[in-house]
Ligand binder design. Structure first.
Ligand code: NOJ
Length: 433
């Protein structure tokens, strides 16, 4: 009963959420640097965030202290593509130094090429509503891959397409704050073409054999019991209900199975798009926090255990997700995000976050069950390495293992960081204690 040998234990972050230095060294503004007043809680912004751009060496030292095997971070496209087809060498240099620092400390880098921070000029060009975005992603990917692929092997083309497309253009809750459900098919189609272009570009220019994945945010319904009927019912809801299609199948099926998807009679991904954009992945990356919650349903559910953002905490959701995804798509799985937001308080230079430790024990025991059943999960990366800018929610929800004092940029290991360090050191032996 245990996690496989060489399991990739890690932590995750993204550029906008931690870097700061929003206008340094040739970086252009991104859509998250141009947020209209009132869209982010307390009108907070990511101009400084964790100041990781300047403190990256100290942060890598903390990663080493934590003992992580892999560090998942993203590249800010706005550092690399300041305008049109220009490439900013200084932006590339920053990530090159970061990769060197990680490798010098024995940590494997995993690079997400796009984690939501579109350059503002590209948004003005039509953003995800315009097919011209594909060409810019090709130029961008080539520049990054040429610079880093002698040292980077793991690549994630995109982070959570359902989130940045639907929250950004359909529900209007994330940048660029557009609310128009009629855009669903169009922005998704442009995404499928951009994703295919990114993956093809990685494979074309990589100097070492790349392992390519995409981080999907998905969730599974937990069966009422483990009877065959209940399991089948849960699988059906997960992939075939209207909410399940929008949350899961809409992006997974075209990318992984070349299958068309339709929902509500008007939204569809056509076979032509699927055929032209099919580019097999080496692995599936999953971001999971909660079991499936049908947001298309009118009934609002109150959960027995929910976090400060109202999401249900239930590690069984992770087990069933991994199992359903593997049974349907048959690819190795990497958990690229999972974590708990808390309103952590610093008391005498300590943070006692027992709730996060309980959360980790619950989710990791369920993940271990999947490994025991021979589902090929090869790593788990906690969200997040440190407290950071939680998009429209600002800085209040703290997801980190490491507490960040945003007044003076001090970093402090929370109790959960010591716990996770032990998880890594024992390959998960302590999660049952
Ligand atoms: C999803 C996103 O990838 C990440 O940016 C975000 O902070 C976490 N999950 C928590 O909401």
């Amino acid at each position: 009963m245990s996690f496989p040998k060489n399991f990739l234990w890690g932590v995750s972050t993204s550029a906008t959420q931690i870097e700061g230095a929003y206008d340094e060294d040739g970086k252009c503004l991104s859509i998250w640097d141009c947020v209209p007043k009132g869209k982010v809680k307390n009108n907070e912004d990511a101009k400084v965030a964790c100041d990781h751009y300047h403190l990256y060496k100290k942060d890598v030292a903390l990663l080493k202290e934590l003992g992580v095997k892999v560090y998942r971070f993203s590249i800010a496209m706005s550092r690399i593509m300041p305008l049109n087809e220009e490439v900013n060498e200084k932006g590339l240099e920053f990530y090159s130094k970061l990769v060197d620092e990680l490798l010098a400390n024995g940590i494997t880098p995993m690079v997400t090429l796009y984690h939501w921070d579109l350059p503002f000029w590209l948004e003005e060009n039509g953003g995800w509503r315009s097919k011209s975005i594909v060409k810019y992603f090709e130029i961008y990917t080539r520049a990054v891959v040429e610079k880093l692929s002698d040292r980077v092997q793991y690549w994630l083309s995109f982070n959570e397409p359902a989130c940045f497309l639907f929250n950004g253009y359909v529900q209007g809750e994330h940048a660029p704050f557009i609310k128009n459900p009629l855009l669903i098919s169009k922005i998704s189609r442009n995404f499928f073409y951009a994703n295919a272009a990114v993956i093809r570009t990685i494979r074309k220019y990589a100097k070492t054999k790349p392992e390519v994945g995409l981080s999907f945010n998905c969730s599974a319904m937990v069966p009422l019991s483990e009877s065959k009927e209940d399991i089948e019912k849960a699988r059906k809801v997960t992939f075939e209900s209207k909410g399940g299609i929008l949350a899961n199948t809409w992006f997974l099926d075209p990318v992984l199975k070349k299958n068309t998807v339709k929902v509500y009679g008007i939204y569809k991904v056509t076979q032509k798009t699927c055929d032209e954009c099919y580019e097999p992945l080496d692995f599936i990356a999953l971001n999971n926090y909660s079991p499936f919650a049908d947001y298309t349903s009118k009934e609002k559910k109150e959960y027995e255990r929910s976090n400060m953002l109202g999401w249900e905490n239930n590690g069984k959701g992770l087990y069933w997700l991994v199992r359903f995804i593997y049974e349907r798509y048959k690819l190795p799985i990497f958990i690229s995000e999972n974590g708990l937001p808390l309103d952590d308080k610093l008391v005498d230079k300590k943070v006692h976050d027992e709730e996060r430790i309980r959360y980790l024990k619950d989710y990791l025991s369920n993940l271990e069950r999947a490994c025991d059943e021979n589902i090929p999960v090869f790593g788990y990366s906690y969200w997040s390495f440190m407290d950071n800018f939680e998009w429209a929610e600002g800085y209040k929800p703290r997801f980190g293992l490491i507490y960040v004092n945003f007044e003076n940029q001090e970093r402090i290991f929370k109790d959960s960081a010591y716990f996770y360090k032990e998880v890594i050191a024992t390959n998960g032996k302590n999660i049952k204690e």
